[in-house]
Design a protein. Structure first.
Length: 337
């Protein structure tokens, strides 16, 4: 495959894909509560761009009842509801032609069963959208990477080098596949994701994100007692010493705020970094605490031309993710551009 590149998340979107939560063994008593949060995220994104909610067969009416008329609902076989990780990663070529890279999915190292429908959902979505499919045998979740659309990708060693993903591939082979399939020229390896992020083994979308060419947003907890206080400073040191694929030093926007809430009888951390960049907006997960506003104001400095809105996401955090984890952008194709 040549000529395709994954565009940055701030590029123009045709729409957003989401998946309706139904997995009772994951959500248990908070299933109704998490449906309400998913629906609120969908409606928030729909203020900026079209949203398609994929529901397992027999659950479309439930999704429509929760989400309302602003959201389009379709039925396809699903196991779980984390489309950042199981949906295709879309790429564009120099002529604006769109394709979708279908990486393998193994439920974050076989943590949940079954996952065979989620491993197949990328192909089904691409068929549904009439988009060319590019297959890869490598296991990769979209939450494990962030790209600038100009040849640079950031990931974490904690996740991509974990033996439960691709035990037969070494770091150089993983990097080569990222470059081949996503059209990147340089990979920046941060040492750490979140220490307590045992569900994804430290996805980058909980700690760092490209916000513009040469600009990244970084979680940098200001509380010395935070489990990632030292780890995120180690990540920052790597970013400070790095240049992107075009040789630019990186401007770093630090988010010092952290937030905790209760969901399912458990204290959970709501990651402000796990946000979704929409057409003209940024949808940020919030915990209903005073520091929510300050964190959104910091994020707004990184996206000065977009409206930043907060949506409650403690129950989504209880399940192991945030707004970014449950969304997947579909970039606009411009054939003949």
């Amino acid at each position: 495959m040549t000529g395709f590149r994954m565009p940055a998340e701030w590029s123009e979107h045709e729409g957003c894909l989401m998946a309706w939560p139904t997995r009772t063994d994951l959500w248990g008593d908070v299933l109704d509560a998490v449906k309400a949060e998913y629906a609120e995220v969908a409606r928030a994104v729909a203020r900026f761009e079209p949203v398609t909610m994929v529901a397992p067969p027999g659950h479309a009416d439930d999704a429509r009842a929760h989400c309302g008329d602003e959201v389009t609902v379709v039925e396809l076989p699903l196991d779980d509801s984390w489309f950042r990780d199981s949906a295709p990663l879309f790429v564009l070529d120099g002529d604006g032609r769109r394709a979708g890279v279908d990486f393998r999915f193994n439920a974050w190292g076989r943590k949940h069963h079954p996952y065979d429908s989620d491993d197949r959902i990328s192909a089904l979505l691409l068929e549904h959208l009439d988009v060319e499919r590019i297959a890869s045998d490598m296991i990769l979740e979209g939450g494990a990477i962030t790209v600038d659309g100009e040849g640079t990708l950031i990931t974490t060693e904690q996740c991509l080098l974990h033996p439960n993903r691709n035990p037969g591939l070494n770091r150089a082979q993983i990097e080569a596949e990222l470059k081949a399939r996503l059209g990147v020229d340089k990979v920046i390896w941060l040492p750490y994701g979140g220490l307590l992020d045992t569900e994804t083994d430290g996805h980058v979308d909980g700690v760092c994100a490209f916000a513009a060419p040469g600009r990244v947003v970084l979680s940098l907890p200001d509380d010395p007692q935070h489990p990632d206080y030292v780890r995120m400073r180690a990540n920052r040191a790597v970013l400070e010493a790095s240049t992107d694929a075009r040789g630019r030093s990186l401007e770093i926007v630090d988010v010092p705020q952290t937030a905790y809430a209760e969901a399912g009888g458990t204290r959970v951390e709501v990651s402000y970094l796990n946000y979704y960049v929409a057409n003209g907006g940024v949808v940020v997960p919030v915990a209903g605490v005073p520091q929510d506003l300050a964190a959104m104001e910091v994020i707004a400095t990184a996206y000065p031309d977009r409206k930043v809105v907060g949506v409650p996401a403690p129950v989504i955090a209880y399940g192991g993710g945030g707004v970014h984890c449950i969304t997947q952008q579909v970039p606009v194709a411009r054939p003949g551009a």
